[in-house]
Design a binder for this molecule. Structure first.
Ligand code: C2E
Ligand code: MG
Ligand code: MG
Ligand code: MG
Length: 289
């Protein structure tokens, strides 16, 4: 209930797309950086980070098929801080493991509750490069699955494409291992990284998430042609496609025309607290597409 109130209080209008409207950006931080790092560490230790959920919808029916878990942090002093800031910070200062553990715990527990309530849902979670390379990561994930009586098939791991180039063969090995355990792999932010097409072909991935930036360029001919080419590339490689950053019905319709099956974006919903996500599931909400 508390979640709910906060959501409505902050969500004041169409342009307020990131409803944590007082986001703190890197530039603005300056020497406050160190202080923020230490508050982040405290927040993680005290389990004060939250997980929000954004729906991924079926492009034809508008039905919610799964949700992406996204970490959120409301700092007492600075307000909502963007994950674009605190995720890299957590990586840099060695807190990403703990942060990830928190996100996994919260989202798996939620998925279990949703399953028990008959709200069948699949979950997508973001995995950092440093986690991928942790030898105990697969074991840790599997333990958490068991603890919550979930199957690896219920969870998709999103790996950003920019990770792709360095330590390539090592990464491949870890991804295969996760894939062999049953987890589906999605390449996140596709089109913004540096992976070559031959690498993409070799990746043990099942899903391609096309980056927000491509969706925001569909008002130009070039932008539309680019999107079309990427979608076709994904299909040629036999991948399932999710387009991120769908902000308008017009965009959704254009993507439908390209044969895209899954979409995610503010047109459908921003990332919301679990209580709000649960409400749509209970109501069986379907977006207009
Ligand atoms: P991402 O995984 O690519 O997540 C999608 C981002 O796009 C989210 O930003 C989401 O709020 C935003 N977005 C969704 N729909 C739209 C739209 O229609 N238009 C626009 N312009 N943006 C949209 P968010 O939540 O700020 O997260 C930023 C990044 O932080 C994520 O990008 C992900 O890479 C990282 N991140 C978030 N949570 C976690 C986590 O638990 N673990 C790890 N390792 N990384 C995380
Ligand atoms: Mg993601
Ligand atoms: Mg993305
Ligand atoms: Mg991203």
């Amino acid at each position: 209930a508390a979640d709910h109130t906060m959501y409505h209080a902050k969500h004041t209008g169409r342009n307020n797309v990131c409803f944590y409207s007082d986001i703190v950006h890197l530039k603005a931080l300056g020497r406050e950086h160190v202080a923020i790092q230490s508050r982040l560490s405290t927040a993680i230790r005290n389990n004060r980070l939250q997980v929000f959920y954004q729906p991924i919808v079926d492009a034809r029916s508008g039905e919610v098929l799964s949700v992406e878990a996204l970490a959120r942090w409301q700092d007492d002093q600075s307000g909502w801080i963007s994950p674009e800031l605190f995720i890299p910070m957590a990586e840099k200062v060695g807190l990403i493991q703990e942060l990830s553990e928190l996100v996994i715990q919260q989202s798996f527990a939620k998925l279990r509750q949703w399953r028990d309530a008959g709200l069948t849902q699949k979950l997508m979670i973001n995995i950092s490069r440093s986690q991928l390379f942790q030898p105990q990561f697969v074991t840790q994930l599997n333990e958490r699955l068991m603890q919550h009586r979930l199957r690896a098939e219920d969870v998709v791991l999103e790996i950003t494409e920019s990770v792709a180039l360095t330590d390539y063969s090592r990464q491949l090995r870890h991804l295969r291992q996760l894939n062999d355990s049953g987890f589906k792999i999605a390449i996140d932010d596709f089109g913004t990284g540096y992976s070559s097409l031959s690498q993409l072909h070799e990746m043990p991935a099942q899903i391609l998430k096309i980056d927000v930036s491509f969706s925001l360029r569909l008002h130009t001919d070039d932008g539309r042609r680019m999107m079309q080419a990427i979608v076709q590339l994904g299909f040629a490689l036999g991948l399932e496609i999710i387009v991120e950053g769908v902000e308008t019905l017009e965009t959704a319709r254009f993507l439908q025309g390209l044969g895209v099956q899954r979409m995610q974006g503010f047109y459908f919903s921003e990332p919301v607290p679990s209580g709000v996500a649960e409400l749509w599931m209970r109501l069986g909400l379907q977006a207009k597409v």
